[in-house]
Design a protein around this ligand. Structure first.
Ligand code: NAD
Length: 428
């Protein structure tokens, strides 16, 4: 396990453009990805996005450049960019192929070797991806996939003295453990953690688009999304109408088997996750009112299905408003005015994402500036592009993936000083 050096950058560019290897297999592999906890319709988009990620970083690989620093005339000072070394990459079970692409593509483009550990629940597509990369010409030993449990396989990667950097995506609880453990070898660490993101609706927003956006924001991928808009903040003047319309539309969400194209919400990924979400449904019933859901659908004999659940009249101090549930559970919270909305939005330990819905550009942009989150959408929630940075404020982590920022996290800067003065230093 050595690290790839910068000589690999240019050849890798050529290989990366063969991302068709992923795209071609889109149809067959949507099946495998859906089996890894998603639903088929979404899995096809995710596979296309994974291919785009390799294409993007394939292009960026040849644009890594240093600087000439402005020092006095008797010297030349350069900043060189070098790969950080061996990157240990640990990913969660939601969007397993896409998460692997977000980790591997920038690291390879920077010239790093990678040891990737997929989540124990969803290793299939990461293993396939490693094989496709080999077929695309990535040399043996550059991409290594290690399967296993977090406490054993994951922890060993973090402790290992030959691993130079850890890029982790997962829960805040495990992120904290990783940071502590990485301190022993002073590894570079980037953390993409969870959230409790506010999706904020002002009364002047387009009503139909708003209802759609509220549901999409929290229920896409069964709510197993780090940036889920799980706190739905609604201006009081439209609040009753909004809860009613959201509830009515939620009735049309089609639950079903993940491989069925018509399915919009599949089962949760595991028994553990199912138990967790059911527990929060019960907690919610003691903290707020149920608009819809709150249990398990009776129509499925097998599978970890839960009903899309909307709680309303939620206070922001409630556990269902503070803790990441990571399932299809929305907490609808009323607010009085812009100041109140902002106070509630920022009153959370997390800061991954937020969305603001309003036709008033002044208010929308004031909110954008004041919200403490790494991603803020206006009049939409969830669109994500490989060209634009992704990452959190506060306990949602630090470091950025995607865009030009993503490759920087895998690069070191070496300063080179070249003396142009032929005289001795003359100090002694
Ligand atoms: P998790 O933290 O339980 O596990 C994530 C990964 O860490 C898994 O591969 C697991 O095996 C490993 N792991 C567990 N314990 C470890 C340890 N002690 N040392 C090293 N590795 C260890 O998270 P999860 O349940 O798989 O995923 C859901 C979480 O991921 C949610 O909190 C979600 O918000 C977050 N997430 C964040 C983003 C983002 O971009 N910010 C994206 C997707 C998911």
């Amino acid at each position: 396990m050595g690290h790839a050096n910068q000589h690999h950058l240019v050849p890798l560019d050529g290989h990366f453009h063969k991302n068709e290897a992923i795209d071609w297999r889109r149809q067959q592999n949507a099946h495998a990805e859906a089996k890894c906890g998603g639903v088929r319709g979404e899995a096809e988009f995710d596979i296309a996005d994974a291919a785009t990620c390799f294409e993007y970083y394939g292009g960026l690989a040849t644009k890594v450049s240093g600087l000439v620093n402005p020092v006095p005339d008797n010297a030349l000072s350069l900043s060189l960019k070098e790969p950080v070394g061996v990157a240990g990459q640990i990913i969660p079970w939601n969007y397993p192929l896409l998460m692997a692409a977000w980790k591997l593509a920038p690291a390879l483009a920077a010239g790093c070797s990678c040891v990737l550990k997929p989540a124990e629940q969803t290793p299939l597509t990461a293993l396939k991806l490693a094989r496709w990369l080999g077929e695309c010409g990535v040399p043996p030993g550059v991409v290594n996939v290690v399967t296993g449990l977090g406490e054993t396989a994951g922890a060993r990667i973090v402790e290992h003295p030959h691993v130079d950097k850890i890029a982790f995506t997962g829960s805040a609880a495990v992120g904290k453990l990783i940071m502590k453990s990485a301190a022993d070898t002073l590894k570079r660490v980037t953390l993409e953690l969870g959230g409790k993101s506010p999706n904020i609706f002002f009364a002047d927003a387009d009503f139909e688009a708003a209802i759609d956006g509220a549901l999409f924001g929290v229920f896409i991928n069964q709510g197993e999304v780090c940036s889920a808009g799980s706190r739905v903040l609604v201006e009081r003047s439209i609040y009753p109408k909004f809860v009613e319309a959201m509830t009515e539309k939620a009735r049309s969400i089609k639950l079903g088997p993940p491989l069925d194209r018509a399915t919009k919400m599949g089962p949760l990924v595991s028994r553990e996750q199912y138990d967790r979400v059911c527990k929060y449904q019960e907690i919610g019933k003691s903290e707020a009112k149920v608009a819809i859901g709150g249990g398990q659908p009776s129509s499925f004999g097998r599978g970890y299905y839960v009903e899309p659940t909307i709680f309303y009249d939620v206070d922001n101090s409630a556990r269902i408003a503070r803790e990441e549930i990571f399932g299809p559970v929305a907490a609808v919270i009323p607010f009085d005015d812009e100041a109140d909305a902002l106070k509630i939005a920022n009153d959370t330990p997390f800061g991954l994402a937020a969305a603001v819905w309003s036709r008033d550009i002044y208010r929308a942009l004031r909110m954008v500036k004041a919200i403490r989150a790494g991603i803020v959408w206006v009049n939409h929630m969830q669109p994500t592009y490989v060209e634009a940075p992704w990452g959190g404020y506060k306990q949602s982590g630090f470091g950025r993936e995607l865009g030009v920022h993503g490759i920087d996290e895998y690069l070191e800067t070496k300063q080179v000083y070249i003396n142009l003065n032929e005289q001795p230093i003359g100090w002694y």
